[in-house]
Ligand binder design. Structure first.
Ligand SMILES: C[S@@+](CC[C@H](N)C(=O)[O-])C[C@H]1O[C@@H](n2cnc3c(N)ncnc32)[C@H](O)[C@@H]1O
Length: 284
């Protein structure tokens, strides 16, 4: 079969599985042939002899397995991270959280932070690369993310800056830090997710409890108790009101909620030390 015929066949196979079947068929074939995508257009009449291997990749994608798990890597910010089943595929919206945290680190000249729930290492690695003096203690409760993050940290040259630690939230962190960042699991247990997410991505990375915000609230409590000044977290689009009420009860005076690129509430930054109610923008 020629490249053109193979792509035609695969595009039809993927029609119900993904939004851009032709594009994904091309990405998978480029990956399979170990070529750039451009090669497919310049060699579209070339015969592909061993088509079975490609068809099995397409079948996995047709069964809703995420592209990133099939090829074993994900693009995030300015890096490529190894990912595998058991590790959340980093999402573009998390880049906003990183930018907010970077603003605070730069302004306050912060030298040590904690990340809760390191996953593939996405947040910690990007921050470490941007701030060569920064030290990060990055925790996770699961072994697979810690193993994959270790490999990514080593490969991207930031092993000197990131200490990976198995821990429930910050239970194993005794060091004093002024900033904590987290993209914790925050989805409600009964929330209906797409098959490519719920059938493949780790439950421990998705679900935050029955309501969804249980871990977020625990992170707020733990950060408060530990004397942390800044806490920056990603959250669900419908969690602003409960989080706002929760921090108010705790006596927190300053919380800034931010939106994702679609305009949905997506996270917050708390300044636990602000002694009076200040305008949201003042934190950042
Ligand atoms: C939503 S993923 C975020 C991964 C990565 N930081 C990112 O943004 O792509 C949440 C991570 O938190 C970890 N996790 C879940 N519960 C935890 C807990 N109680 N303590 C520490 N980590 C936890 C999961 O294993 C998962 O790796």
């Amino acid at each position: 079969m020629t490249i053109r015929e193979l792509l035609e066949e695969a595009s039809w196979e993927l029609v119900d599985a993904c939004e851009r079947p032709r594009f994904e068929a091309e990405l998978l074939l480029a990956y399979y042939l170990k070529q750039e995508r451009l090669y497919l257009f310049t060699h579209d009449t070339k015969q592909v002899v061993a088509v079975a291997g490609y068809r099995s990749l397409v079948a996995r994608r047709k069964a809703h397995e995420p592209y990133e798990y099939i090829v074993g890597e994900a693009s995030f910010y300015d890096i490529t991270l190894a990912v595998e089943a058991g590790v959340l595929i980093p999402r573009p919206e998390t880049e906003i959280l990183i930018d907010l945290v970077a603003t605070i680190i730069r302004r306050e000249k912060i030298e040590q932070i904690v990340e809760i729930g390191v996953g593939s290492g996405a947040i910690s690695i990007v921050l470490a690369r941007h701030f060569p003096q920064l030290q990060i203690i990055a925790t996770d409760i699961c072994d697979t993310p810690l193993r994959v993050a270790k490999e990514n940290v080593r490969r991207l040259g930031v092993a000197e800056q990131i200490t990976l630690r198995k821990s429930n939230l910050m239970d194993e962190v005794s060091e004093a830090v002024s900033l904590v960042v987290s993209n914790p699991p925050y989805i409600a247990e009964d929330f209906l997710l797409k098959p490519n997410v719920v059938d493949y991505e780790p439950k421990e990375a998705l679900f935050g409890g029955r309501v969804g915000d249980e871990l977020l609230k625990q992170i707020i409590l733990d950060s408060h108790a530990k004397g942390v000044r800044y806490l920056a977290c990603e959250m669900g689009y419908d969690q602003k009101a409960p989080i706002e009420a929760f921090v108010k009860e705790l006596g927190v005076q300053s919380i800034h909620f931010y939106h994702d690129l679609s305009g949905f509430d997506r996270g917050f930054v708390i300044d636990f030390f602000a002694s009076r109610s200040i305008a949201n923008e003042s934190i950042l």
